[in-house]
Design a protein around this ligand. Structure first.
Ligand code: NAP
Ligand code: MN
Length: 267
């Protein structure tokens, strides 16, 4: 799954939240980038350097959505959980020298795709349907077969990379991100003698299709940090797409170590 990137990398784009990082820090970072012989190019970069938290990575992926086949992403963590990062703020030199030497580990992640009202939306972490005002009612079909009629606050379909995000808060399993699959988790399901659902998270393989036939009006479809409203009951089809996001990590990176450092916190 992991291969070392040996491409000669020339052009870097920076992604960060302007309210979180001072202009001074950004100009220092830019100087460092030039001192390693790289160029800056926001329109056609080879590498997108995202600085901040995981939300910054999600925003960067959606910003460069049309160029995903051409760019690689690498993160410098600054003051957040930083699950997508393997370089801390003070490690800019090692990040740039690893890039220069092609010494990073490269991992590819499939985006999740949903077709909603004839529009396609994509997500790296998860796609959620939620009903803020009434109980959400939705049939759940797996590969055209009926599983259940869900009643509750919402449903979340997560990628393996996103399994450590919202899905984890719902009690879903954390899945090693090189395992291509989707995980369906429930938000506050109603379970009584009248209504019931699976009441646990369900992992389906990479070629499966999950269809959610909503019966409730005015639901919110969330995808990563984004969302859209759908007014009428509709059928939402979810599948893993063929769009890939390439994320670079440092050569010491391991997912088990990452879980330990971000969630467990003891050695
Ligand atoms: P946010 O509210 O800052 O994100 C919530 C937390 O999730 C932050 O600590 C964020 O890390 C972390 N995170 C994001 N992706 C992750 C991943 N793949 N694995 C582990 N942790 C992850 O909002 P945001 O930064 O715009 O991110 C949007 C994401 O927030 C959504 O995709 C969803 O997964 C998550 N979210 C979670 C809940 C919940 O757990 N109840 C509710 C709503 C949204 P940083 O601090 O580094 O940003
Ligand atoms: Mn965030």
């Amino acid at each position: 799954m992991f291969v070392t990137s040996k491409n000669l990398i020339m052009k870097i784009a920076l992604c960060y939240k302007t309210e979180k990082i001072s202009e001074g820090s950004i100009s220092n970072i830019k100087e460092k980038i030039f001192s390693y012989g790289f160029d800056l190019d926001d329109s056609h970069p080879d590498v997108v350097l995202f600085i901040g938290g995981d939300g910054t990575f999600l925003r960067a992926v959606h910003q460069y959505f049309n160029q995903l086949h051409l760019v690689k992403f690498i993160g410098l963590c600054k003051g957040h959980l930083g699950f997508f990062y393997s370089y801390e703020e003070k490690e800019l030199d090692s990040l740039l020298s690893d890039l220069k030497r092609g010494a990073c580990k490269s991992e590819s992640h499939q985006l999740l795709k949903a077709s909603v009202d004839n529009e396609e939306i994509y997500a790296l972490n998860e796609i959620r349907i939620e009903s803020p005002f009434h109980t959400l009612i939705s049939d759940v079909l797996i590969n055209d077969e009926f599983l259940e009629t869900f009643r509750g606050n919402g449903l979340v379909v997560s990628t393996s990379l996103g399994s450590s995000a919202y899905n984890k808060s719902l009690g879903g399993a954390v899945i090693y991100p090189h395992i291509p699959c989707m995980e369906l988790s429930e938000i506050a399901p109603i379970n009584n003698t009248v209504y019931t659902s699976l009441h646990s998270s369900l992992v389906v393989d990479k070629d499966s299709e999950i269809v959610l036939k909503t019966k409730t009006e005015n639901i919110l479809v969330g995808y990563d940090h984004l969302n859209k409203n759908i007014r009428l009951a509709s059928s939402i089809s979810l599948k893993l797409s063929d769009k890939l996001v390439v994320l670079l990590r440092n050569s010491d990176y391991s997912y088990t170590k990452l879980l330990n450092s971000k969630f467990v916190g003891n050695k």
